[in-house]
Design a protein. Structure first.
Length: 658
């Protein structure tokens, strides 16, 4: 019944679509639209069905999809078809990413292109270039306040540069990730400017109110994202004499997805960037897409419906393009951004694994893996055709977003434990050499997050200043240990630029008035290429880290058990300093791999009997795939040196011969 409604609507739409689009070759488009239209209609109707102009908006939606399809370059269309045939392509262990700011890494996009060989040297084959669209010259939240969604910021280049970079990357077998900021835009954007000038049409693109009545109701339940620099969730606009919802900074206006025109415009922008050659789009702040009084205005059901609709539409026009959900929310909420099922209610194929990231930092501080163990055990299983983006550091702060119940199960008290972690990483704790800073401190709730570069957080900055070689070595070991965890867990490891050479905190942001209030800039460095040259000098920390990562990445690519087919099992080895998991080989090619990590600064052992009947030790000949060596065994115990990891496999002759 309902299918018939949707079929007849589709036929009407196709009759009414602009003739200049209709006469183009739309064969593949029609096949995909036919397959997805039922769900597209269902979702669009659910969100906007009560409006008088529903049908008009629906026609416009299809027109946008068709127009962008017509404009899509033939080479991208070919890639779409190839990826449709091999739809699990992104679950392979062969992918390794790096996130970077174009200007911080290499001055601009052309510079990034000229440095692709550096990334290849390391083994990186996915490049995430952080926001490049036009944004205000002053404070712009690191480019996340976009003032023009269709143009590149002149400071980093042009649209041609993006196309050249995408093509050049593709020629080298590399993928390109670009950001799509869906939730908000800069108050310098044309839509905000026209709202200010009094245009009703554009005021409807935002949440704008004459007085504080509704804002006050919203704020009763909305948390503050930047409590120090931008408290509250609304900003008074002098010119309009009205309140605007600004969940992030006061210059970032939240888009109102109750209005279908907003959805259609943002879909159009998304497809525009898909057509610039992006293989993957990072959808920023997706948890915030729907606002409802009486809620936190995060993770609302409609936010998921919007993402499902976005995915379904994108699959019609640019099916080869994947989405990453940037939803830094509670563990049970994050997995929902993959969708409920991979056929009907699919959302993003990839999601930031913020839970794992924060848990790894917990294990670093406590030298204990109880909470890491608990947190991963409690993480809901994700869809088969979805994967994690596993990372240690990024351009944002570290939020301690683990589940309170898990903290309790691990034997700690939630507020006290969180406070300990902030103290530890900001160096206030006596036994800590970390050099982070508190970020987003909320005096009302006591919440705080942490800024700082990976190397400074593990103690390298402190060790270098004190000229302490032993401590330098220990920090390097910690850096490699942490990376081994994101390379073996299952999912795509996403490195952060500069970490591969041990880049320390950059304090120069304090001299820039547009950055001084936001200490996330201390870990958004200008790449020091002279220091990068030290990677060729034996014995330097740069060389140890770079070569260690290079070896690790190469090893990962050769281990089919590290592909992500939900083929991981945690093993309880009854040693709270070790984190151990078992990765089975989904293709039965090279066999299973046992991952063992010691987060403590003293050697640890594990009883081999803990492995039960997993078979790996039966033949006695174990080999660590990373080092190529055999680990130390003492009687029936495996010995794990401080801050050390193993990727163990059974060295049966027939396996070696494969
Ligand atoms: C995302 C970005 C962050 C930004 C926020 C608002 O979380 O990663 O840097 O501040 O969105 O755009």
């Amino acid at each position: 019944m309902y299918e018939q409604v949707s079929h007849s609507l589709l036929n009407q739409i196709l009759d009414e679509i602009k003739p200049e689009i209709r006469k183009r070759d739309l064969r593949h488009f029609y096949t995909r639209l036919g397959a997805n239209f039922y769900v597209i209609h269902l979702l669009f109707h659910h969100l906007y069905g009560k409006r008088d102009d529903f049908k008009k908006q629906m026609i416009r939606l299809v027109e946008v999809m068709a127009t962008r399809y017509v404009q899509r370059h033939v080479s991208l269309k070919q890639l779409d078809s190839e990826r449709e045939k091999d739809h699990n392509w992104f679950l392979s262990q062969e992918w390794v990413g790096m996130a970077l700011y174009a200007d911080g890494f290499a001055e601009n996009l052309q510079g990034v292109e000229s440095r692709l060989s550096y990334l290849q040297e390391l083994g990186v084959n996915i490049l995430h270039v952080m926001p490049i669209m036009i944004c205000p010259e002053g404070a712009s939240d690191g480019g996340y306040a976009v003032s023009d969604f269709r143009n590149v910021d002149p400071g980093v280049g042009t649209l041609d540069d993006v196309n050249t970079l995408a093509t050049s990357a593709r020629r080298r077998g590399m993928l390109l990730i670009l950001d799509m900021v869906l939730n908000h835009l800069s108050d310098e954007h044309e839509w905000a400017q026209r709202s200010r000038a009094g245009e009703r049409k554009y005021q409807d693109y935002f949440y704008i109110f004459d007085n504080r009545d509704i804002p006050d109701m919203f704020e009763e339940t909305m948390p503050e994202i930047f409590p120090e620099t931008s408290p509250g969730n609304f900003t008074w606009d002098e010119q309009m004499q009205k309140w605007v919802m600004t969940v992030f900074n006061d210059y970032q206006w939240d888009l109102n997805y109750n209005n279908p025109a907003v959805f259609i415009e943002m879909l159009d922008n998304t497809l525009f960037w898909a057509n610039q050659g992006a293989d993957i789009l990072r959808l920023d702040a997706v948890a915030f897409l729907w606002k409802k009084i009486g809620t936190t205005c995060q993770n609302e059901r409609e936010a998921h419906l919007i993402l499902q609709l976005m995915k379904d539409c994108c699959q019609v026009t640019a099916p080869g393009v994947l989405f990453i959900a940037e939803a830094i929310v509670a563990p049970v909420e994050i997995t929902k951004y993959f969708g409920e099922d991979a056929v009907i209610a699919k959302e993003c194929e990839i999601a930031y694994n913020a839970t794992y990231m924060a848990l790894l930092w917990d294990a670093m501080a406590t030298k204990n893996t109880q909470l890491l163990w608990q947190g991963i055990q409690s993480l809901p299983t994700k869809l088969d055709r979805a994967t994690w983006l596993n990372y240690l550091r990024c351009h944002d702060d570290i939020g301690l977003g683990f589940d309170d119940a898990d903290i309790v199960r691990a034997g700690y008290q939630p507020p006290a434990h969180r406070q300990f972690l902030v103290d530890y990483f900001t160096g206030r704790y006596s036994d800590s050499s970390a050099r982070g800073r508190p970020f987003g401190v909320n005096r009302k709730t006591g919440d705080a997050r942490i800024s700082g570069s990976l190397s400074s957080l593990v103690g390298l900055e402190d060790a270098i200043q004190r000229n302490d070689d032993a401590e330098i070595n220990r920090s390097v070991k910690k850096i490699l240990l942490l990376h081994s965890m994101i390379c073996s867990f299952g999912g795509i490891p996403l490195l952060y630029y500069g970490d591969e050479i041990g880049t320390l905190n950059d304090y120069s942001f304090m001299e820039d008035e547009n950055k001084a209030g936001d200490n996330r800039w201390m870990h958004r460095p200008k790449m020091d290429w002279e220091r990068a040259e030290q990677r060729h000098k034996r014995g330097t920390p740069e060389q140890h880290i770079f070569d260690g990562l290079k070896k690790m990445i190469a090893a990962r690519k050769g281990i089919p058990a590290f592909a992500d087919f939900n083929n991981r099992e945690l093993i309880d080895v009854e040693n709270p300093h070790l984190f151990v998991f078992w990765r089975t080989d989904p293709f039965m090619l090279l066999g299973s791999v046992l991952v063992v990590c010691n987060f403590d600064d003293s050697p640890q052992y594990m009883e081999l009997s803990a492995l039960g009947n997993r078979g790996i030790f039966e033949h006695g000949n174990l080999r660590d795939i990373y080092s190529g060596e055999s680990p130390r065994l003492f009687k029936e115990q495996l010995v794990v040196p401080p801050f050390h990891f193993y990727w163990l496999t059974d060295q049966r002759p027939e396996v070696g011969a494969l």
